[in-house]
Design a protein around this ligand. Structure first.
Ligand SMILES: OC[C@H]1O[C@@](CO)(OC[C@@]2(O[C@H]3O[C@H](CO)[C@@H](O)[C@H](O)[C@H]3O)O[C@H](CO)[C@@H](O)[C@@H]2O)[C@@H](O)[C@@H]1O
Length: 622
């Protein structure tokens, strides 16, 4: 067992970081344990055990205190320092290495992913001319593995009166006979939203390079009672058990968000049903609605048309202007085209979010090759828009995530990075059963720390917990003061993209709160309050609760890739994506730390950490 160094000598509650003011000898870093290597030096082992013994004693002394000192400096407003890198270095570093982003300019909603002749196709809202929203077109990229991508020529651009102000979001459909078509929203020359159709010129081209718009566009005009700018993002078309083909679209009436249902017999003419599939008051405009079945009996994903017993249906909507994707699990009655949530308290837009950080406009694909459902959303920038211009690019996509029903809770979906991303892992290191006393922090000696895949398990002293009387049932990540707000049972977790002095850090952590009735809630949070010494428009704490069932250990996975950190708790029950813009914790200045800032509870952490290689994203070599 290894023991973290208690930082009882750390000062806090000062605007300057204690570590900067009082440069203490560097804490003993945990030595790396290669999976294949063993320690060869007996001397090293002896020194280690002596040190470990001293640290255990220190920790024990420390945890007998009523409240150990904070592991993390509390200063919320950092100062500039000479260790900060130049702006140009920083902007270069911010470009991600294994998240999808084109070479330059601006991407937005994922559109119409499809699988065709061995290739995954991703279309996306794209401004080919500038790193800001505008000239919305359908960019196009293909991949064999959802990790490495070839960029193709832009598939659809604004050329006609009905899409002059943008070829907006939509979907593609692959019919059983091999026919393929796209439905998209045209933003007209007077900014009304109409629905349009396009088809690939040659479906025997595996790359589907050329697309052509339908001669009789637009195929749908705004129905009466719907605002001209509240009518967009048509879905994939699917066939119900009655043989009728359906398409859905999101809209709003007053502040009620809803899903319109259309029937079609020829995939070009669509007739709207009188009743919506579902609506929820006060949830405003539903953008980019997604609708798909999930199995209640296994993790095999289902094609959009699947229907019957052992199947639930999910509605996902993107709340206009809020930047949040919401989902709800329920039952679809195809005969009446009605959907009902399993739990009205977890209805669309008021219950569960796909991701509690920066993530929006997601769109899923049923992958017939691997029989899984995969989703992408866009992860926008959160620093100054001026930096978008300076970087020459803006917005990235999350690593593709599989979606399955969490059959243990029955209430949540599990969103998890596709297995292919693991092909980029190398130099794996393992840290076993690291004891973290209350108020302790420990650097992990892993070498470079800007492209990582981290899998961690935390064991909490339960007896300690049950004995404590403090209750903080009102706790919430987003209303808390972040990782410096301390309770008996949290926060504890991993600080990524931290510099050696902790003047910049992004802690991702669990916090367990106890309610007055004795029940317990586990929170999964990301503290962005001190991620950057520079401006961040989102100097906030993200997060939400995550269900932890009896007997389950607390687990998290983090994907760190330069300016993005994706966090997955409990196998993907709660997920959070953050953009971060450190000024010092970059290049070789980036480190990671394990910490336990709880006041009374010790935590044991075990981790596997891999370096991550870079994905290949390049123009297709025609
Ligand atoms: O790219 C259009 C698609 O994006 C979606 C969801 O992300 O709608 C976003 C929306 O707003 C954008 O355009 C605004 C300018 O009109 C701009 O101010 C805003 O920052 C952008 O997000 O795009 C449409 C059309 O402009 C507007 O109604 C939306 O609020 C998706 O619904 C669109 O298909």
């Amino acid at each position: 067992m290894k023991t973290a160094e208690p930082l009882s000598d750390l000062e806090h509650a000062s605007n300057r970081t204690p570590l900067l003011d009082h440069p203490a000898p560097p804490p003993a870093a945990v030595k790396k344990q290669s999976f294949v290597k063993v320690l060869s030096s007996i001397t090293l082992v002896s020194v280690f055990f002596v040190l470990a013994f001293v640290l255990i004693v220190l920790n024990q002394q420390d945890s007998t205190n009523a409240t150990a000192n904070s592991a993390l400096p509390e200063a919320p407003v950092p100062e500039k320092s000479s260790a900060q890198r130049s702006q140009s270095d920083r902007l270069t570093w911010e470009r991600t290495a294994y998240h999808f982003q084109p070479a330059k300019n601006f991407i937005y909603d994922p559109n119409g992913p499809l699988f065709h002749m061995g290739w995954y196709h991703l279309f996306y809202q794209y401004n080919p001319y500038a790193p800001i929203w505008g000239n919305m077109s359908w960019g196009h990229a293909v991949s064999k593995d959802m990790v490495n991508w070839f960029e193709l020529p832009v598939a659809l651009t604004p050329t006609e009166w009905y899409d002059f102000e943008g070829v907006l979001s939509g979907s593609t459909t692959v019919l059983p006979n091999g026919q393929i078509f796209a439905l998209y929203t045209g933003n007209t020359n007077d900014f009304s939203q109409l629905q349009c159709k396009a088809v690939p010129v040659n479906t025997s081209d595996p790359l589907l390079v050329k697309w052509v718009k339908y001669d009789d566009n637009p195929i749908l005009f705004t129905p009466p009672g719907i605002g001209l700018t509240d009518y967009r993002d048509p879905s994939t078309v699917w066939t119900g058990p009655d043989g009728k083909h359906r398409m859905i679209m999101g809209t709003k009436i007053n502040r009620t968000g809803l899903v319109l249902v259309y029937h079609t017999t020829d995939f070009t003419n669509y007739v709207m049903l009188d009743e919506p599939l579902h609506s929820v008051p006060d949830t405003d405009m539903w953008e980019c609605v997604d609708f798909y079945p999930v199995s209640t009996i296994n993790d095999s994903a289902l094609d959009i048309a699947a229907y019957g017993c052992d199947i639930k249906h999910v509605i996902k909507e993107s709340w206009e202007g809020h930047g949040m994707d919401w989902y709800s699990i329920g039952t679809y009655d195809a005969m009446n085209d009605k959907w009902t949530p399993d739990n009205p308290e977890l209805d669309v837009g008021i219950g569960l979010r796909v991701d509690y950080g920066r993530f929006f406009a997601s769109k899923s694909l049923y992958d017939p090759l691997k029989k899984r459902r995969v989703t992408w959303g866009y992860v926008g920038e959160s620093d100054s828009p001026v930096q978008d211009l300076n970087r020459g690019w803006a917005t990235i996509y999350n690593v593709a995530r599989t979606i399955v029903l969490d059959r243990k809770t029955g209430t949540h979906l599990l969103h998890w990075p596709v297995e292919e991303i693991e092909s980029l892992r190398y130099d794996g290191r393992e840290f076993k059963e690291i004891e973290l006393a209350p108020g302790s922090i420990m650097p992990l000696d892993i070498g470079p720390a800007t492209q990582l895949d981290i899998v961690a398990t935390f064991e909490v002293e339960q007896e300690m917990f049950m004995g404590k009387s403090d209750t903080n049932g009102e706790y919430g990540c987003t209303t808390s003061a972040g990782a410096t707000e301390r309770g008996s049972l949290g926060p504890f977790g991993i600080a990524v993209l931290a510099d050696g002095t902790l003047s910049e850090l992004t802690p991702v952590y669990f916090y367990i709160s106890k309610k007055t009735d004795g029940s317990v809630a586990t929170h999964f949070c990301t503290d962005k309050l001190r991620s950057s010494l520079d401006y961040d428009g989102e100097r906030v704490v993200y997060g939400s609760t995550v269900p932890v069932l009896d007997g389950e250990e607390l687990t998290m996975r983090l994907l760190v890739d330069h300016s993005v950190v994706e966090g997955f708790a409990m196998g993907g029950r709660t997920v959070m994506t953050s953009r971060v813009y450190p000024t010092k914790a970059i290049y070789e200045g980036a480190k990671i730390f394990l910490f336990n800032n709880a006041t009374h509870t010790s935590v044991k952490a075990s981790l596997k950490i891999w370096q991550m290689g870079s994905a290949r994203i390049q123009p297709y070599p025609f």
